[in-house]
Design a protein around this ligand. Structure first.
Ligand SMILES: Nc1ncnc2c1ncn2[C@@H]1O[C@H](COP(=O)(O)OP(=O)(O)OP(=O)(O)O)[C@@H](O)[C@H]1O
Ligand code: SF4
Ligand SMILES: [Mg+2]
Length: 328
């Protein structure tokens, strides 16, 4: 392996036992405080240049995990290492700098865009604040960005309401790209778009990844979308990662009973794996009252007595394939 290859394959991000708890009643001094364990000890790595998909039912902690990784939400516990540095120890000033390296794109482009500013003015302001290019190159830089995300550079002076939903999501992508990030966290970035527009935006994200040498964490409840874009996929259940491996393995041969049930619900995947649809009993328990032992035991079709008391380790069951289940 050459030095260039070694550099190329280094871990860009390492997340170690990350926790984010919210207080459900009163402040920290309130004796009746109950914690909402939204993210409860998540560990994973992301290589430079790869896309890690994160899936799981609503409320399992995907968005909280994304925000805690970039310290938009301060983690309760755990470490986040970015480019070999522990960002948990960063000062406020260092964290502000980090915001350039790690960007996030949300589901609702309309809500997250300033309606009173033209697209060009908004992007130019970001470029100026972060001193990305000299002042005289600003307009050219922003127009190139607009072109790169598939918008007409001549629409520089238009306002967000003059664009369609898909075009507005392209504007949020341009806004994220404007500061030359290394990692972009896409949180349900295409979930609000029509299916045909979704495909266009996903293809755009793929193209930009190569062009700008980006790395993505792609959070979505939509398993087909995640399948399209990811290299590896992590499955979350009640604040924990319960299975992580490469896309082909997880879609064709999922090992964790929860992953098997979740993926059996998507028609194309069910056919590939020739699996019966698995219907899970009951709802996801509340993160205020997490089951003991394996937190999936209340719904797991394969649960045994041990599952009620002993928490399964998140272990490597084969090379680069981690699963948290006593029986895998
Ligand atoms: N600010 C907050 N205060 C208290 N509880 C919160 C807060 N933010 C999220 N939660 C709770 O944390 C849990 C995880 O929420 P989160 O939004 O991260 O889930 P999600 O997987 O992104 O869900 P969705 O698919 O619906 O977007 C939920 O039970 C949610 O109600
Ligand atoms: S540890 Fe037990 S309850 Fe948990 S997933 Fe495995 S079989 Fe099911
Ligand atoms: Mg979410």
């Amino acid at each position: 392996m050459t030095i260039a290859e070694v550099t190329n394959y280094q871990q860009l991000l390492e997340v170690k036992s990350l926790k984010k708890y919210f207080s459900a009643s009163g402040g920290v001094l309130n004796k009746n405080r109950i914690d909402v364990k939204a993210v409860d000890g998540v560990s994973f790595t992301v290589k430079k240049g790869e896309t890690l998909g994160i899936v799981g039912e609503s409320g399992c902690g995907k968005s909280t995990m994304g925000r805690a990784v970039m310290h938009l939400l301060e983690p309760t516990e755990g470490e986040v290492w970015f480019e070999g540095k522990d960002i948990s120890k960063y000062s406020k000033r260092q964290l502000r700098e980090l915001r350039k390296d790690i960007q996030i794109i949300f589901q609702d482009p309309f809500g997250s865009l300033n309606q009173r500013m033209s697209v060009g003015a908004m992007l130019s302001e970001i470029v100026r604040i972060h001193k990305i290019v000299p002042r005289k190159e600003e307009v050219t830089y922003v127009k190139k960005l607009l072109g790169d995300v598939g918008l007409n550079p001549d629409h520089y002076s238009r306002y967000p309401h003059e664009f369609s939903g898909g075009q507005r999501q392209r504007i949020s992508i341009a806004r994220a790209l404007a500061v030359k990030p290394k990692l972009i966290i896409c949180d349900e970035a295409v979930s609000a778009l029509d299916v045909s527009v979704q495909a266009q935006v996903l293809n755009l994200l793929q193209r930009l990844k190569a062009q700008y040498q980006l790395t993505y964490i792609f959070i979505s409840h939509d398993l087909s979308v995640v399948k399209h874009i990811s290299d590896r996929v992590g499955v979350m259940y009640l604040g924990e990662l319960i299975e992580v491996t490469d896309k082909h393995r997880i879609y064709n041969n999922p090992q964790h009973p929860y992953t098997q049930a979740l993926f059996s619900a998507i028609p194309d995947v069910a056919v590939q794996g020739k699996k019966e649809r698995v219907i899970l009993k009951g709802d996801v328990p509340s993160p205020l009252n997490i089951p003991t032992g394996c937190r999936f035991h209340t719904r797991c079709p394969l649960a045994q007595d041990i599952c009620k008391t002993k928490k399964p380790e998140f272990r490597e069951v084969e090379e680069k394939h981690n699963v948290a289940c006593h029986f895998v």
